[in-house]
Design a protein around this ligand. Structure first.
Ligand code: DGY
Length: 321
């Protein structure tokens, strides 16, 4: 029997994923679970035929140029691939895949949590009860913004954006969206299309970002765009930190243009933005949109399905380059 392909798994994936990978490949797992550095990736490329990385491993153009030709495929354990320079990797003849679909519901669930938590003062509310400081109640105490029936603007109506819209319909929200192209009536499910971002922002009492981070979308939500929102809007970002100009975000909170924000993604990760700690109206989570047991198993299996197809001489279902 031919030798099994050598596979490096850069982080501690789910047990079921590691078990299947170890059964089917000559697998080395980074049990220390530390992010792979550029040097780690370059060194691994000379020893492994395949790598399963996460968004914590950066395959920049500089790294791509130094990869050993032994490395044939990077099967990402993520839907986002902004950590990979796809043209540079493609030019080196390396196949790159991602894990779409399987994390849409988990990420949309988390976006809903962020939206509700931000709108209903979850940060301050939790703290005041937890610290024993809750010694007062009044009808004007911790009054938030009601989600039910409100207008929701979605930027990026791909898989996660549409999953979020489905959940928001359960709250009778009026769905508006901005996307590269208008969806079919079947996919739009009654959502109103806006052909310009400005038009969408003008109606977004709640705004949720679901587009990928690309050079075009970097700093998408800047001072000018925050100014286009209705006063007292709530913004949610469960996509990528690069989409938001964080200084413009705090300025919009300071001025009251934004009532609150819900963030799972930050420009600096891990760590986040230390300035945000002073804001009770920023409800923050540490990039855990897809972090459910079911979804992490599904992501790992999807990455392995892509590897299996590749090593069987087929085109992986999620091949990007
Ligand atoms: C993704 O899949 O892109 C998530 O952000 C986790 O990496």
């Amino acid at each position: 029997m031919a030798d099994k392909p050598r596979l490096w798994i850069t982080r501690r994936l789910s047990d079921a994923t590691l078990e299947r990978a170890s059964r089917d490949y000559d697998t080395v797992i980074n049990h220390e679970d530390t992010p792979g550095t550029a040097q780690d990736l370059i060194a691994a490329s000379a020893e492994f035929d395949a790598i399963i990385p996460c968004h914590s491993e950066h395959f920049s153009a500089e790294v791509a140029a130094q990869l050993d030709p032994r490395l044939k495929i990077i099967a990402n354990h993520s839907v986002g691939v902004d950590h990979c320079d796809l043209p540079a990797l493609g030019a080196r003849g390396i196949t790159v895949t991602n894990t779409p679909d399987v994390l849409s519901d988990a990420t949309a669930e988390l976006a809903m949590l962020l939206m509700l938590g931000a709108a209903r003062n979850a940060v301050a509310g939790d703290r005041i009860v937890r610290t024993g400081a809750w010694d007062f109640w009044s009808p004007s105490f911790m009054v938030g913004k009601q989600v039910t029936g409100a207008r929701l603007g979605i930027i990026g109506m791909g898989r996660v954006g549409r999953a979020f819209a489905t959940k928001a319909r359960g709250f009778d929200m009026k769905i508006h969206y901005y996307n590269r192209s208008e969806l079919s009536p079947e996919a739009a499910q009654g959502a109103t299309y806006h052909s310009t971002l400005g038009s969408l922002l003008g109606v977004a009492d709640f705004l949720s970002l679901h587009c990928p981070a690309t050079p075009e979308t970097t700093g998408l939500m800047n001072a000018e765009r925050f100014a286009m929102l209705p006063d007292g809007a709530v913004m949610v970002n469960s996509a990528r930190g690069a989409l938001v100009d964080e200084a413009a975000l705090t300025a919009a909170l300071d001025s009251g243009k934004l009532m609150a924000a819900g963030l799972d993604c930050f420009q600096t990760e891990p760590g986040g933005n230390p300035a945000f700690a002073a804001y009770d109206n920023i409800f923050m989570l540490p990039h855990i949109g897809s972090a459910t047991t079911r979804t992490r198993d599904a992501m790992g299996f999807r990455a392995l399905d892509n590897l299996d197809a590749f090593f069987a001489g087929k085109t992986p279902g999620d091949q990007l380059v």
